[in-house]
Design a protein around this ligand. Structure first.
Ligand SMILES: [Zn+2]
Length: 115
């Protein structure tokens, strides 16, 4: 049910932006989610279709980009991709203390509208 509230937030942002742009219709919406958010894009697309009828975003194309988890070693500066930020060591020097560079994103990257 996580996706439902996320989609509601997305809708609020999209409709707000569309309104500010003086849009008559939202043509497409691009979202960006980090893999750490464990968002299922298909679920978001499902809720999006449920929520858009009757709004400016009705019929808009939804595009979801997943951002991989990227980590940076605090010791040697090596940057690498990981699956789980809690269980990771640097592949170069074995240091377990890493910094998360990306993977937590949850944002509306862009919207395309008709004005
Ligand atoms: Zn390292």
């Amino acid at each position: 049910m996580h996706e439902m509230s996320v989609t509601q937030n997305v809708m609020e942002i999209v409709l707000q932006q569309a309104k500010e742009a003086g849009a008559t219709r939202v043509k497409s919406v691009k979202l960006r989610f980090g893999t750490l958010t464990s968002i299922v894009p298909d679920c978001v697309a499902f809720y999006f279709e449920q929520m858009t009828p009757g709004t400016l975003a009705e019929g808009a194309k939804l595009d979801v980009e997943m951002v991989p988890l990227r980590l940076k070693c605090g010791q040697c500066g090596e940057e690498f991709e990981g699956q789980d930020e809690l269980d990771v060591t640097c592949p170069k020097c074995g240091n377990p203390f890493t910094e998360t560079l990306s993977g937590r994103e949850m944002e509306v990257a862009s919207i395309d509208v008709d004005t």
